[in-house]
Design a protein. Structure first.
Length: 107
């Protein structure tokens, strides 16, 4: 089993605030890197423009919890509480396999 894990955080925007939430998720998503994340991503559904998924890969769950419960993310949630529906329940996954294709250079 590979070390580390991936956390999935589902967000659902409140009425007419999806674009604002998208911008805010971009900023707080990047903050994960300062807490030890090796990568992060934020996705927006094409079928439901109010649905977002934030993903981050951490070496261990304790690093994620420092990010999630830390001062920056706590303040972010308070500041943006009118932009998303509660509860927000993250799900931690252990990474057991991964792969990727390397981009090929254009000729």
């Amino acid at each position: 089993m590979a070390a580390g894990g991936v956390v999935f955080i589902p967000w659902y925007a409140t009425g007419f605030r999806a674009d604002d939430l998208a911008e805010e998720l971009r900023s707080i998503g990047a903050v994960a890197m300062r807490y030890g994340a090796s990568e992060f991503a934020v996705y927006r559904s094409r079928d439901d423009r109010y649905r977002f998924t934030q993903i981050a890969t951490f070496p261990d769950k304790a690093d994620f919890e420092r990010y999630w419960y830390g001062e920056e993310f706590s303040a972010w949630r308070a500041r943006n509480s009118s932009r998303y529906q509660v509860p927000v329940l993250y799900v931690w996954h252990d990474r057991i396999a991964a792969g990727a294709l390397e981009p090929q250079p254009a000729e």
